[in-house]
Design a protein around this ligand. Structure first.
Ligand SMILES: Nc1ncnc2c1ncn2[C@@H]1O[C@H](COP(=O)(O)OP(=O)(O)OP(=O)(O)O)[C@@H](O)[C@H]1O
Length: 279
């Protein structure tokens, strides 16, 4: 089942239309995203991999319709939503949520955890405070937090807890798609594994699908079902099974693979313990 589809999506920003910029720097005349097509299927984690500036975030913003494509179409469950108005997009937006790279910077520092997670519910017009609180608590529990966290401010939480609150805020309106934009980059190794495990569990229990944006190919094999590799706004390679990364053939993907630093033996040991079901 195709949940979300990009059909030849293209984005050319104003400064990229040529003229002075194009003369000074020929790369500026390249579209930020150039005729990209792919689909996100139900219950899968699709990795979108590439170096900084290759167009990953622009692509995600077009899928969420936060940015209007210069050309191409966006389809959600087979329906073309490219030209839908802001009002009409409301319902679709609740089905697709974004989890930010750095949760802390996306929170209002003066808001408690309860208020942060309540915002999407208020925006959805849920006026009943008791109903909001019940949904907030239920969602907090699903990410391993509880009532004792409701009154805390973001600065009073650990990095891992902040990320869980960010995930809870994205989940509270019961989406079916999460767009995860470098969600682990501000977490250290141990917290990263916990966050991956939590997202894996939530994917199964809530029937979610993930579009996982990253520049880090080393995470893709562990976290994704399949992946697409982007460079200079276009797709250079599709990896049908992310756990067989070593079979990637494109020179650019090989270069990304080769740039993964050799991992510390202690991390490899933790990996093997975690893959042991009795651990
Ligand atoms: N609002 C904008 N106006 C003009 N150019 C932009 C704008 N947003 C992005 N770009 C350009 O589009 C290209 C793609 O940027 P984008 O942020 O999508 O890349 P990315 O792969 O997500 O990078 P990163 O991993 O660093 O976030 C870059 O060359 C960027 O400078």
């Amino acid at each position: 089942m195709k949940l979300l589809e990009a059909v030849e999506l293209t984005k050319i920003y104003d400064g990229q239309k040529g003229g002075l910029f194009a003369k000074r720097n020929p790369r500026q005349s390249l579209p930020a995203v150039n005729s990209v097509s792919f689909e996100l299927r139900q219950n899968e984690t699709l990795g979108l991999v590439g170096e900084s500036g290759c167009g990953k975030s622009t692509l995600a913003r077009m899928l969420l319709r936060l940015e209007q494509p210069s050309a191409g179409r966006v389809r959600y469950r087979g329906t073309d939503i490219t030209d839908w108005s802001f009002g009409r997009m409301r319902e679709v937006r609740s089905r697709m949520q974004l989890v930010f790279q750095n949760s802390l910077s996306s929170f209002n520092p003066a808001f408690t955890v309860e208020r942060i997670i309540a915002e999407p519910l208020r925006n959805a017009g849920i006026r009943n405070a008791a109903e909001r609180r019940a949904r907030i608590l239920h969602t907090l529990e699903s990410v391993g937090l509880g009532a004792s966290h409701l009154g805390r401010l973001p600065a009073e939480l650990s990095g891992g807890q902040q990320q869980r609150v960010g995930i809870a805020r994205a989940l509270v309106r019961k989406p079916e798609i999460l767009i995860l934009d470098e969600p682990f980059s501000s977490l250290d190794f141990g917290l990263r594994r916990q966050a991956m495990d939590l997202l894996d569990e939530l994917k199964k229990s809530l029937g979610l699908s993930y579009l996982f944006i990253t520049h880090d190919l080393s995470i893709v094999g562990r976290f994704c079902d399949r992946a697409i590799v982007m460079r200079h706004g276009g797709i250079v390679e599709e990896l049908p099974y992310a756990d067989s990364l070593e079979q990637a053939t494109h020179a650019y993907t090989r270069m990304l693979l080769d740039s993964i630093p050799a991992r510390h033996p202690r991390e490899r040991k933790i990996d093997s313990r975690l893959s042991n079901p009795s651990f």
